[in-house]
Design a protein around this ligand. Structure first.
Ligand code: XMP
Ligand code: MG
Length: 180
C-alpha cells in the first residue's frame, strides 16, 4: 500500500501523540460524568479505540453509521442514518467521534439528531479537520490535526473502502484515482 501514497501527512507516532493529548483533554472535560461516546463508522474506529484508552474516565460507547449522498444535480450532500446507536441519548452528555470534518454536513446532521433526542450536551472530537471544505457551519471541540483540501487516507480513512488499515495518514497518488 505504501507505493500508492504520494506523501505522508501524519506519522504513526504523531497520531499516537495526538490521541494521548486528546484523550487527556476528554478526561478533563468529563471528570465526574459518564458521557456516551459515539464513534462514526467506519472511519473513526481506530481513532476512537486509541483516544478512549487515553481517557481515564467513566464512559459508555456506541457507534452510528451514516452515509452522505452527493447527487450529481445537487451541490450539497444529503445525509442519511444507516445504523443507529443502541443507547438512549436523551439527557446524556454526548461525545461524537469523527474521522474527518470536511463539508460539515455529516457532523451537522449528527449534532441535530442528538439535539432532537434531548441530549444534555453535545461535543465533537475529530481526528482531522479540513476547514477549506466547509459548506455548513459545524465546529469540533477537540481536533487532532488540520489537513489541506486534499483527499486523505489511512488510520481509518478509506478510498474505495481500502487503505483504512494504513497506520499513518497520507495523500494518495493521483494515478490511483484515475485507474478507477
Ligand atoms: P462531510 O463532508 O460531511 O464529510 O464533512 C464527512 C465524511 O466524508 C468522508 N470524507 C473523507 N474520507 N478522505 C476520506 O477517506 C477524505 O479526505 C474525506 N473527506 C471527507 C468521511 O467519511 C467523513 O466522515
Ligand atoms: Mg468514508
Amino acid at each position: 500500500m505504501d507505493n500508492d501514497i504520494l506523501k505522508v501527512l501524519y506519522s504513526q507516532n504523531e497520531i499516537k501523540e495526538a490521541c494521548e493529548r486528546l484523550g487527556k483533554q476528554i478526561q478533563k472535560e468529563y471528570e465526574g460524568k459518564t458521557p456516551v461516546v459515539i464513534g462514526v463508522l467506519k472511519g473513526a474506529v481506530f481513532f476512537m479505540a486509541d483516544i478512549v484508552r487515553a481517557a481515564d474516565t467513566y464512559m459508555q460507547m456506541d457507534f452510528i453509521d451514516v452515509s452522505s449522498y452527493h447527487g450529481g444535480t445537487k451541490s450539497s450532500g444529503e445525509v442519511e442514518l444507516v445504523t443507529d446507536i443502541t443507547l438512549d441519548a436523551a439527557g446524556r452528555d454526548v461525545l461524537i467521534i469523527e474521522d474527518i470534518v470536511d463539508t460539515g454536513q455529516t457532523l451537522k446532521f449528527l449534532m441535530d439528531t442528538f439535539a432532537n433526542r434531548g441530549a444534555n450536551s453535545i461535543k465533537v472530537c475529530t481526528l482531522l479537520d479540513k476547514p477549506a471544505g466547509r459548506l455548513v457551519e459545524a465546529n469540533s471541540d477537540f481536533i487532532g490535526f488540520e489537513v489541506p483540501n486534499e483527499f486523505v487516507v489511512g488510520y481509518g480513512l478509506d478510498y474505495d473502502e481500502k487503505y483504512r488499515n494504513l497506520p499513518y495518514i497520507g495523500v494518495l497518488k493521483p494515478k490511483i484515482y484515475s485507474h478507477n
